[in-house]
Design a protein around this ligand. Structure first.
Ligand code: GLN
Length: 202
């Protein structure tokens, strides 16, 4: 069966591992380059994007991971993970890099101090069965959406908070902590489609 990796250098990777397992997906924590081998998808968790960026470089995961993403490996990023998948950032920390891939500009800590953290029920395109209870924790939003990217959900004020571009999925919020696994199931379906396609092309 396909194995989905969860980048496990910092952040709430355990919650993502559990959510994937609950969807029947074989999931593997990734801390070393060798653990990237043979993956059919990767999740980049919530946490602190500057720390994940730094540790990914320190552990020499950045270059191989970037190569896999460039080659079309399906990836899902929640919150800090969304930041890491963005091509462009507003309010990046000095020296902060992203892996990129998503043709969007993401604003870090966008919701500001007043609404540091909040929850909202949002309709998410591609997720059936009613709104998703979305938990935002010092969350980013998508400030600009490039031509290739599709907005799947908006915050109550109308900011894009879930986007998809081909094999890449990102949410400002954290479905890994609510017990509602529909977003992970959407990603698992993207991974399944990719596995089928690469098999067919072989
Ligand atoms: N504010 C964090 C950052 O910039 C993201 C917060 C989160 O992942 N919950 O990385």
């Amino acid at each position: 069966p396909p194995v989905v990796g969860v980048l496990a250098v910092q952040g709430d990777f355990r919650e993502h591992l559990a959510a994937l397992a609950a969807c029947g997906v074989e999931a593997r924590a990734v801390r070393r380059p060798a653990e990237l081998e043979g993956l059919s998808g990767i999740v980049i968790p919530g946490g602190e994007s500057t720390t994940i960026d730094k540790l990914t470089r320190v552990f020499e995961l950045r270059d191989p991971l970037k190569r896999l993403l460039d080659a079309g490996l399906p990836a899902y990023g929640s919150c800090a993970g969304m930041i890491l998948l963005a091509d462009r950032l507003v309010d990046a920390a000095p020296g902060q890099q992203t892996l990129g891939g998503l043709d969007v500009t993401v604003r870090r800590n966008a919701f500001g101090r007043q609404v540091d953290s909040f929850e909202a029920d949002l309709d998410v395109a591609g997720v059936e069965g009613g709104p998703v209870h979305a938990v935002f924790i010092r969350a980013p939003w998508v400030e600009e959406v490039g031509a290739g990217a599709e907005v799947l959900a908006r915050s109550p004020e109308g900011h894009p908070v879930a986007v998809r571009q081909g094999n890449l999925l990102a949410t400002s919020f954290h479905p890994e902590i609510t017990g509602d696994h529909r977003v992970h199931r959407l990603f698992a379906a993207m991974v399944g489609d990719h596995v089928e396609k690469t098999r067919a092309n072989r």
